[in-house]
Design a protein around this ligand. Structure first.
Ligand SMILES: Cc1ncc(COP(=O)(O)O)c(C=O)c1O
Length: 449
């Protein structure tokens, strides 16, 4: 706990967090670990939020923050976006969920299929985890094979096979040319480890060898075009082209996890990178802030979900799948997200990355920035990482990052635990300037410790 002591004593910036502290104490008695969601836990305690308006959050003690987290990239329009609230209020009066389909799911599916021309059909679920899980089930059903390949450090939610090597460390990650498959949660079954093949991100030659050795047993290769844990570094176009060609040649389903990367452009990450996946998993911004997940693709890859002629190969259910509140919020969010919005977000993202980089240079701070479009990540190292292994933070580096993030919070800026930031449509250059000033002060504080 030494880190938090230093920060709390060093610079409280006049923020009173007593009610957050009290809620965490109450939470610890009745919620295992004190709060109900791992990524929002922090030492000495999480900050409990009371209200969001536009780009701002207000915590339970009345402190105000600029929200660069946006519920882990989900809230592309920020908080309380009026057209979205109107839709939700209207739907509240009609009913929040039914044991039957609604017109809204048809309307939303039409909107998305029109928008992303590469896919013909879509199905809805409740989270990114579920969406990725169903793409893998569909790939196994289509190919009759079991194995899946994923990128080292790639995060795809909380489904056993894609958690393998999510947080492998120097002591166990093996050689770069043949990364070891390391369990994330304790107790994961041996068969899951045996069925998961780990590829080194952007390492074409090593990945080709690994894929060659497994090609007849692979159902799917799961990729993320901008993997957050691997440093928020874009996938190399040659590497992507190789994966596309290899999987097509060997009848392996190429799955693009667009849970975060759908945020990259009006028609999603695949369009932005100019390729076609076989199946895509979506979530986050698609739900306008409400729980959602979706799987989309060409009809022949979506066939395993089809129940019109009897039991489908992959029965997909979910009590709240396609619930009308999520559908209404999703339609509201997507209808109000034009190509011009993406152009503006891209420009602001570029402004944020260049302002940070210039500030680090001027202040001689050994920090760097990665990212693309409306997302970026600050690294406490002078050279931007190029893969998961370089982006990996050892426990003492994680402690430093915790101090940095706490200092940012004290200066009114909310970011993710790995210091990823994302923009929302109501943001302007002024918000970026404020953030850069807070980053400068926080970094100077950290360097002085
Ligand atoms: C790339 C990616 N895939 C999958 C998930 C899991 O999504 P969810 O938290 O909605 O289950 C996430 C969540 O952050 C993600 O970033």
């Amino acid at each position: 706990m030494s880190s938090t002591k230093i920060v709390l004593n060093g610079s409280s910036n006049g923020r009173n967090l007593s009610r957050s502290m009290e809620l965490f104490g109450r939470g610890q008695r009745v919620i295992t670990g004190g709060n109900a969601r791992l990524p929002v836990f922090q030492r000495p305690h999480p900050i409990y939020m009371a209200k969001g308006t536009g780009v701002h959050l207000v915590d339970v003690d009345g402190n105000r923050y600029i929200d660069f987290l946006n519920n882990f990239t989900t809230l592309i329009h920020g908080h309380g976006y009026p057209p979205l609230l109107d839709r939700l209020r209207g739907q509240l009066d009609l009913g929040v969920s039914f044991g039957g389909p609604t017109e809204l799911e048809v309307e939303f599916a039409e909107l998305l299929c029109d928008r992303v021309p590469y896919f013909d059909q879509i199905r809805f679920m409740n989270s990114g985890t579920e969406a990725v899980m169903y793409t893998i089930k569909a790939a196994r059903a289509l190919t009759g094979r079991q194995r899946i390949a994923k990128l080292e450090g790639g995060f795809h939610g909380s489904y056993d096979p894609v958690e393998v090597s999510l947080d492998s460390a120097p002591a166990n990650w093996g050689s770069l040319s043949a990364p070891s498959g390391i369990p994330y949660s304790t107790g994961i079954s041996e068969s899951v480890l045996a069925e998961t093949v780990i590829l080194p991100f952007n390492e074409l030659r090593a990945s080709r060898e690994i894929l060659e050795a497994n090609k007849d047993r692979l159902a799917a290769v799961v990729i993320d075009l901008l993997p957050q844990r691997a440093g928020l570094i874009p996938i190399d176009p040659c590497y992507l082209a190789f994966l596309r060609e290899f999987t097509a040649r060997h009848g392996i389903v190429l799955i693009s996890d667009e849970v975060m990367s759908f945020r990259l452009s009006y028609r999603g990450g695949i369009t932005c990178f100019g390729f076609e996946a076989d199946l895509c998993a979506f979530a986050k911004i698609l739900g306008g802030g409400l729980p959602i997940g979706a799987v989309g693709g060409p009809s022949r890859f979506m066939l395993p979900f089809d129940s019109t002629n009897g039991k489908p190969l992959v029965p997909q259910a979910g009590t709240f799948s396609a619930n009308p509140m999520s559908m209404a919020a999703g339609i509201g969010a997507m209808q109000c997200l034009s190509e011009q919005h993406f152009q503006r977000l891209d420009d602001l993202g570029e402004y944020a990355r260049s302002s940070l980089t210039e500030m680090f240079r001027q202040q001689r701070l050994p920090y760097s920035v990665t990212g693309m479009g409306s997302m970026f990540r600050i690294h406490l190292r002078s050279e931007a990482p190029k893969d998961y292994r370089e982006a990996y933070a050892a426990p003492e580096q994680q402690e430093r990052m915790g101090m940095f993030i706490w200092a940012l919070q004290e200066r009114g800026v909310i970011v993710s635990p790995s210091c990823q930031l994302c923009l929302s449509t109501p943001m302007s250059a002024d918000h970026i300037d404020e953030m850069v000033a807070s980053v400068r002060e926080s970094a100077q504080m950290l360097e002085a410790v």
